[in-house]
Design a protein around this ligand. Structure first.
Ligand code: COS
Length: 385
């Protein structure tokens, strides 16, 4: 739901310009340093990028889901690392508080997240619990007016930079499933909390992930999200509903850039006396990519509008994440093919994007988990009829 088209278009064009003039030229620096340059971080803060989706009353821009999707599509024409650093604050790092937090939790943390003074992270995955998120074993034992957390979380995006973590932990030791899980806000400087070295990944340099360890970490009861035990898994799933839609938009943005690069190369590159883009076999790769990209963009915006209309979009978000992440994988693969030998070289952005986008089929729920969510929702709906 675009609330005010004129104001929104001003924001969107300023982000498009920022991407073109400031971010794309610095992509190589991000790879080199495995970090976002500080001057760009301060530009991002000044533009309000850390608080895009946080409600206006807490200092954010309060974008609707459709507006957020359009911004993500624009931002992700540059390396996904730029989106990643602001992405957790706008998504999984703040959403638990936005959706289910108490008023005091919102008042305390959202303004700092919106301003980018604090980076938020989301700690669900564990060494022994990935797709089967409800089997997590990090424990939260009640002790007076505190909870004591013990356990470890894995591959936590932005953990090295984060100031607060939304941590899912088991408050009911007798339970083995979702019902015994609660969500907590844990501050970085809490005694007993530590963050491991940044992981060495296939791609996505500049978007750091790391393990997070809890050893008798005392968390005040006021940091239990929503002040209710046993609701943490549901909070996490509601967060992921929106986050999956966001990742679909991210995939559309990345695919747009990859396809633009492939098209430009197909026009410039000459073989057999003409542009390779004149050859129908190359045209087929361009056309299939454009068609799939258009489909992913359309379905993502449709689901975003449904969410803005107040509909539950669990199934639609999974459809979008599944299709868009698989789509960008195919588009990146064809882009390499169109570039030929050059596409295998690090001098061309498509080589880096090819590795970067591989993650989208895995994190925030693998393609197979999205299929499972989609089919379960179809069956549930059919049974209700
Ligand atoms: N919104 C609100 N509640 C939800 C929900 C959603 N989208 N999805 C599930 N729930 C609720 C269910 O209704 C159920 O509640 P009741 O017991 O009251 O009925 C509870 O949560 C447990 O749900 P379910 O039985 O479906 O849990 P499962 O253990 O079968 O697991 C999957 C569900 C596999 C979908 C979940 O574990 C998952 O998404 N895994 C992937 C995790 C992931 O994406 N990790 C990425 C890293 S985090 S960035």
């Amino acid at each position: 739901m675009i609330r005010d088209a004129e104001t929104f278009n001003v924001l969107l064009s300023s982000i498009e310009r920022f991407v073109r003039e400031r971010l794309i030229p610095r992509e190589a620096d991000v790879v080199e340093a495995d970090a976002i340059p500080v001057d760009l971080l301060s530009d991002m803060r000044a533009m309000g990028l850390f608080g895009l989706t946080i409600p206006e009353q807490y200092g954010g821009l309060g974008l609707t889901t459709e507006e957020e999707a359009l911004v993500a599509m624009a931002l992700c024409k540059a390396s996904p690392a730029f989106r990643s650093i602001v992405g957790t604050n706008n998504g999984i790092g703040s959403l638990g508080i936005v959706i289910d937090g108490t008023q005091a939790q919102k008042d305390k943390y959202l303004p700092q997240l919106a301003a980018g003074e604090l980076i938020g992270a989301f700690a669900l995955t564990e060494p022994g619990s990935g797709s089967d998120a409800a089997s997590l074993v990090t424990s939260a034992r009640r002790e007076g007016d505190h909870y004591v957390l013990n356990g470890a979380k894995r591959y936590i995006t932005n953990a090295p930079q984060a100031g607060i973590f939304t941590v899912m932990a088991r408050t009911d030791p007798a339970s083995k499933d979702a019902g015994g899980v609660s969500a907590f806000i844990v501050e970085r400087d809490a005694a007993g909390m530590s963050v491991g070295k940044p992981d060495r990944k296939m791609g996505q340099r500049g978007a750091q992930t790391a393990d997070v360890m809890f050893e008798n970490v005392r968390v005040p009861e006021k940091n239990l999200i929503g002040s209710v035990e046993g609701m943490g898994f549901k909070t996490a799933m509601k967060v992921l509903d929106k986050a999956r839609l966001h990742i679909a938009a991210v995939c559309v943005g990345a695919a747009t850039r990859i396809l633009e690069d492939a098209l430009e190369y197909a026009i410039q590159r000459k073989q057999f006396g003409q542009s390779i883009g004149e050859f129908q076999l190359v045209q087929a790769m361009l056309a299939d990519s454009q068609t799939e990209l258009y489909a992913a963009r359309s379905m993502t915006l449709d689901a975003a509008r449904k969410r803005d209309d107040g509909e539950t979009v669990t199934m639609e978000a999974s459809c979008c994440k599944l299709f868009a992440s698989e789509m960008v994988g195919r588009v990146a693969d064809r882009a390499i093919q169109i570039h030929g030998g050059a596409g295998y070289m690090q001098d061309y952005a498509v080589e880096r994007f090819y590795r970067d986008v591989r993650l989208f089929r895995i994190y925030e729920g693998t393609s197979q988990i999205q299929q499972l969510v989609i089919a379960r929702n179809m069956i549930r709906k059919a049974r209700r009829r």
